[in-house]
Design a protein around this ligand. Structure first.
Ligand code: HEC
Length: 152
């Protein structure tokens, strides 16, 4: 009996959590999620770049794991900018994402395609990884130049 009501409280808490999340999503959720996703891309990049520069030993598993973070974010990226999320929560999303939607989606799709291609060879030794990583990481700057505003 005790166990049952505890479970009931847990379910109620879970539902309350869901409702809170949904409400937050209406205002600042997408901006926060975008920043979290890109922060993960940034963290993966520090590991990948360290290996590419020879500052850390090359490891095939770490190379492919980092690129999988890119791939997951790239696949979801076009869906993270619905109307109404142009501003708020110090977003660095540039207005061009909404005014040039096709170009932005193409940029995200290119990041995903280049990452998928990089994953094919990133596990084949340091030199193959360096080339693969370079091609995938070139997307950071090209997209940021067109679709991210600098807050400095
Ligand atoms: C297709 C476009 C695109 C690509 C490719 C891209 N980014 Fe971004 N990035 C953005 C946008 C847009 C933002 C701003 C998001 C916001 O604030 O809502 C951003 C924000 C960031 C941030 C700031 C996150 C924070 O804490 O607010 C970092 C770090 C970052 N990107 C790193 C990278 C790296 C590293 C790569 C390449 C491996 C990359 N990005 C590739 C579009 C892109």
């Amino acid at each position: 009996m005790m166990k049952f009501s505890l479970a009931g409280i847990a379910v109620a808490a879970l539902m309350a959590g869901t409702i809170t999340t949904t409400t937050a999503q209406d205002t600042t959720g997408y901006q926060v999620d975008r920043q979290t996703m890109m922060a993960q891309v940034g963290a993966a990049t520090r590991i990948l770049a360290g290996m590419a520069r020879g500052e850390a030993p090359y490891e095939a598993g770490a190379a492919t794991n980092g690129l999988r973070v890119y791939q997951a974010v790239a696949a979801a990226w076009p869906y993270m900018f619905p109307d109404g999320t142009e501003t708020g929560n110090e977003t660095e999303a540039a207005p061009t994402i909404w005014s040039d939607r096709d170009g932005f989606i193409a940029s995200a799709n290119k990041f995903e395609a280049d990452t998928a291609a990089a994953l094919e060879t990133a596990g084949d030794g340091l030199e193959a990884f360096q080339a693969a990583f370079g091609a995938a990481a070139a997307n950071c700057r090209s997209c940021h130049e067109d679709y991210r505003i600098s807050r400095e």
